[in-house]
Design a protein around this ligand. Structure first.
Ligand code: GLN
Length: 204
């Protein structure tokens, strides 16, 4: 941990890294791009961005990041996945490509591209009362859907028809959509709170 304020990493192998960095800047939170095990070791929490989960999966293996990531997640590091990041954090995928692996951590089953292709992307306002009293501006871009949740998983947000798009299990947060693209700070702010709590419990 850097000084007294938490340092948040953004996994920078592929995806919308810059948008997450801008949200963390807006929240005044220290952050660093993470590409190596040494960089991962320095951070108090990690964001896994949206992008393409099959590519992020391959790059975590090529860059020797898969096992260090799994170890930190298992040790309780707070981690926040948006879209492809949610896919990477899911224990089960209903439509993985033949050699696709996830890091796991969330006891959920996720379906990739559940809403169709890029042209079926949409924006909506979600309600996530555990996260914020305000509506959350959410962009869904080739988004995944959480199809099943285990008993220890808390649902933080659904679409109006009840389909699950945001979950939390302990220090792991996964959402189907991109608040960083809509510039909505609420979920990042909530995640920063998880990181601060984890840091202060270590130092208590
Ligand atoms: N469909 C992409 C995947 O499978 C996720 C899209 C996104 O992150 N916006 O990884």
């Amino acid at each position: 941990m850097a000084g007294s304020s938490p340092l948040i990493g953004v996994l920078a192998l592929q995806g919308d890294v810059r948008e997450h960095e801008l949200v963390l800047d807006a929240l005044g939170v220290a952050h660093v791009a993470v590409r190596t095990p040494a960089e991962l070791a320095e951070v108090d929490g990690l964001i896994i961005p949206g992008g393409e989960s099959t590519v992020i999966d391959k790059l975590t293996r090529i860059f020797g990041m898969r096992e260090p990531l799994r170890a930190r997640i298992a040790a309780g590091m707070p981690v926040f996945g948006t879209c492809a990041g949610l896919i990477m954090l899911s224990n089960r995928l209903s439509d993985a490509t033949h050699d696709q692996q996830t890091l796991g951590g969330l006891d959920v089953t996720v379906r990739r591209n559940a809403f169709g292709s890029q042209v079926e992307s949409f924006e909506t306002t979600l309600h996530a009362p555990d996260v914020t009293d305000d509506g959350v501006a959410a962009s869904f871009i080739r988004a995944p859907l959480v199809e099943e949740v285990g008993p220890d998983v808390r649902v933080l947000a659904t679409l109006d028809d009840g389909r699950i798009v945001a979950v939390q299990q302990g220090n792991i947060l996964g959402i189907s959509f991109h608040p960083e693209i809509s510039g909505d700070l609420a979920f990042h702010n909530y995640f920063v709170g998880l990181v601060a709590d984890a840091v202060s419990s270590v130092h208590a």
